[in-house]
Write a protein that binds this ligand. Structure first.
Ligand code: CA2
Length: 142
């Protein structure tokens, strides 16, 4: 199983700021991703609350049936040491995804405190970043 975890405000995808985040809701995108995943189960969790995200990282991160976690921590990327510590504590590999190119945006978005404890980071490729992260986690040695 692959788990996708989205952080704060990502429930608003498709409703606001289409110039930055696109016009598609995550649920709509997830439907297509699941169809393309060819029988691989993709679990989805979104929360606007830091502690709930820590709980989810711990829950899925110690679950032996989880192959990998795709994590978009949203704005928490830039300052949540609690989420960084949670990711650092788990054995399941985590790929960080950002829909927008955070390096090309405001200075405060340039640094993610989560990146260093992730297997890798994909940023700026829109929702396609999630598909690429799932593909990597399913075949990291290819
Ligand atoms: O680019 C990304 O994926 C971000 O993680 C998105 C976060 C932002 O704080 C990070 O710097 C980069 C914000 C998500 C907000 O999503 C919205 C979607 C639609 C309308 C309003 C917000």
């Amino acid at each position: 199983m692959i788990v996708i975890i989205n952080g704060p405000n990502l429930n608003l995808l498709g409703q606001r700021e289409p110039n930055v985040y696109g016009q598609r809701s995550f649920e709509d995108y997830l439907c297509e991703l699941r169809q393309r995943a060819d029988g691989i189960e993709i679990m989805y969790f979104q929360s606007n609350h830091e502690g709930e995200l820590v709980d989810a990282i711990q829950k899925f991160g110690f679950d032996t049936s989880v192959t990998g976690i795709v994590f978009n921590p949203g704005a928490y990327s830039h300052y949540s040491i609690a989420l960084r510590d949670a990711v650092a504590a788990i054995p399941v590999p985590v790929v960080e995804v950002h829909i927008s190119n955070i390096a090309a945006r405001e200075e405060f978005r340039h640094h993610s405190v989560i990146s260093a404890v992730c297997r890798g980071t994909i940023a700026g490729l829109g929702l396609d970043g999630y598909r690429l992260a799932v593909a990597y986690l399913l075949a990291p040695d290819l």
